[in-house]
Design a protein around this ligand. Structure first.
Ligand SMILES: [Zn+2]
Length: 382
């Protein structure tokens, strides 16, 4: 039996509006095209927003780590800090990767967990937001996610397993269609990886886009074998801004005379430093220090506009955002700059996300947070 319609939503991490246009990506196949306001932050904030329709202020995910000494699940590690003394060894990528896996297992985290470059000594001061697998049933604590909502609507759906590679996810999606599913949310992160590395290398980007185009065509053809019509929608969370320079905020803070955990707390993401002031003195010193860096502290209005304003200041008392293209190096996320990075001001031309579809999309879909409602509305018509 053929379905009347199959709905396919394909998430392509970092497929920004600018790239889509520079490369004329699938203009004929996906003629309904929208420039979309990104969700401020990183994929770690955009994914929960896409999967719930809520802002980071509501779902609580901004940077992966946040300064929270009271609730840090990693406190016990401080007793073992001496073990991690040969800093050179523990800072090796492969070693940190294994340590991340070990901690993930130890704590029973089912979500995406990576230590990145977070120093071991700092772990007892921080909490981690993505402890659960956001994609599965009850993945977002008190907020119904895509899985919960589709289930309650009685939709016969398939949602990708984010642990899998992109080709495994395309394969699983095709299999799901064969098995009769008529709503698919397909997750892919490979394009983001290519752009971090090769932003500005138009040939490399085009090669990856060609590969994606092939995968889309295969999936579409498969779906057409099982339905009279297939609504195919591609969307992204943000674009990618080329590297324009680096700043060493951590180095400057180390010279400030302020003591981490006593005077202040901070999380250094790739494009923003989120400070917690533990004294008025620290606040004034940090405000002074940050004046020399190219960027600004977000105003309350900006935080509200970006959906990250919280009374409890969970994300930081002061969030310093770097100017577009400027990366914090080193940061808690990495020790070297990347050729491309996201997480800058949403108004930057490289920041915008994109929605491309073979089916008309309502006017009110303007922001990454609007994808959720679109998916649910489309699911209702199946
Ligand atoms: Zn990325």
């Amino acid at each position: 039996m053929k379905h009347k319609t199959i709905e396919i939503f394909l998430f392509i991490d970092a497929l920004g509006w600018k790239i889509v246009n520079d490369h004329h990506f699938m203009m004929d196949f996906l003629p309904y095209r929208k420039k979309i306001n990104m969700q401020f932050g990183y994929s770690s904030s955009a994914i929960p927003t896409i999967l719930s329709g809520k802002t980071p202020a509501e779902h609580g995910h901004l940077g992966l780590f946040r300064f929270a000494p009271e609730t840090s699940p990693f406190k016990f590690l401080s007793r073992w800090a001496w073990l991690f003394k040969p800093a050179g060894f523990w800072s090796r990528g492969r070693v940190r990767h294994h340590l991340s896996r070990l901690l993930k297992k130890l704590y029973g985290f089912t979500g995406y967990f990576q230590l990145y470059r977070m120093p071991i000594w700092k772990l007892k001061f921080v909490d981690y937001c993505e402890k659960r697998d956001l994609f599965i049933a009850n993945g977002m604590e008190n907020i119904p996610n895509l899985w919960d909502t589709l289930k309650s609507q009685g939709v016969d759906f398939h949602i990708s397993d984010w642990h899998l590679s992109d080709s495994e996810n395309y394969f699983a999606a095709a299999k799901a269609i064969e098995n009769g599913k008529n709503f698919l949310f397909v997750y892919t992160a490979g394009f983001d990886g290519v752009l971090h590395d090769k932003a500005g290398d138009a040939d490399a980007v085009q090669r990856k886009l060609d590969e994606i185009q092939n995968q889309i065509s295969h999936l579409y053809e498969k779906a057409m074998e099982h339905a009279e019509e297939v609504h195919f929608t591609v969307f992204s969370d943000h674009g990618m801004t080329p590297l324009a320079g680096t700043v060493d905020i951590m180095g400057k803070m180390a010279e400030s005379g302020l003591v981490f955990g006593k005077d202040y707390g901070a999380c250094y993401d790739s494009t923003m430093a989120r400070f917690h002031y533990l004294s008025e003195h620290a606040k004034s010193v940090i405000t002074e220090i940050m004046q020399e860096f190219p960027g600004h502290f977000l105003s309350r209005e900006e935080e509200i506009q970006y959906g990250i304003y919280r009374e409890d200041r969970m994300f930081g008392d002061g969030i310093f955002l770097l100017d577009p293209g400027i990366q914090i190096v080193p940061s808690d996320m990495g020790s070297a700059p990347l050729n491309g990075m996201h997480g800058f001001a949403p108004a930057n031309e490289h920041s915008f996300a994109a929605l491309l579809s073979n089916t008309a999309v309502p006017e009110e879909v303007k922001h990454v947070a609007d994808y959720f409602k679109l998916m649910i509305e489309r699911a209702e018509t199946l």
